[in-house]
Design a binder for this molecule. Structure first.
Ligand SMILES: [Zn+2]
Length: 249
């Protein structure tokens, strides 16, 4: 082996994306933190409520966005750990399988056969930086898991971010909201009138991205049943003080 490759391994050893353990990409303990039954999380996302205290839609998450889950997701999204894509997708698909029955019931209640799975759009800059549209990949995994468990689903890349939307990395809650609001739009040529949709995203923080996606989809005539995310920020502690907490009824 060339000396510079050896040197590279010494300088940049493989470590767990969640806890930093050596010689493993993502250790079983850290993976287990993300795995597990999905739980509802929409109450913790202030931007998902339409100013009446009632969240726009039910959202399920695999885990709270804290500790080793947050580390691993950040490494995957923003620190170039593309080696985690398969593992993260596997865990997400497992979680989605667990809620597929509930979603299938909701689709049947709408009296419609097909469910569209739509990823929240990433900015072009983020897709370029990551080398792939990671959220679109999660939407593909979710659609397969739903289709295999009673909810006839297919992924559709229906949304995009309009010109001017920045990469969200490093933006605070207020800046994110400004960045996203009104800039999510339906791609030209995509027809959604009467469609039943589930929206997928990686992390639910304030809910601004998901709310923008729901607005765009509903504006095009779709009915959005639910959101599915990898992880969700759990507590009000991270919320920007300018965003009022939703009033509970
Ligand atoms: Zn670990």
């Amino acid at each position: 082996m060339a000396w510079w490759v050896e040197l590279g391994r010494v300088i940049v050893p493989v470590t767990c994306a969640g806890c930093g353990e050596l010689d493993v990409g993502w250790c079983p303990a850290c993976r287990a933190h993300l795995a597990g039954p999905m739980v509802r999380c929409e109450e913790d996302a202030p931007r998902l409520d339409r100013l009446d205290g009632v969240p726009v839609l039910p959202v399920w998450a695999c885990a709270p966005y804290t500790g080793p889950v947050r580390e691993a997701v950040l490494a995957w999204k923003d620190r170039g750990r593309a080696d985690l894509t398969r593992g993260v997708g596997d865990v997400f698909a497992d979680g989605v399988r667990g809620v597929a029955a509930s979603i299938a019931v909701a689709v049947r209640a709408e009296g419609l056969g097909e469910l569209l799975v739509v990823g929240a759009p990433s900015s072009r800059a983020a897709v370029r930086r990551r080398g792939a549209d990671l959220v679109a990949g999660l939407a593909d995994r979710a659609a397969s898991a739903l289709a295999a468990h009673g909810a006839p689903a297919r992924p559709v890349g229906a949304l995009e971010q309009g010109r001017g939307a920045r990469d969200q990395v490093g933006l605070g809650a207020r800046a994110r909201r400004r960045n996203v609001s009104g800039r999510v739009r339906v791609r030209p040529g995509i027809r959604l009138r009467g469609a039943v949709v589930v929206v997928v995203d990686d992390v639910l923080t304030t809910g601004a991205t998901l709310a923008g996606a729901v607005d765009a989809l509903e504006g095009a005539g779709a009915r959005v049943l639910a959101g599915l995310v990898l992880a969700a920020t759990p507590s009000p502690a991270r919320r920007s003080p300018d965003i009022p907490a939703p009033t509970r009824r």
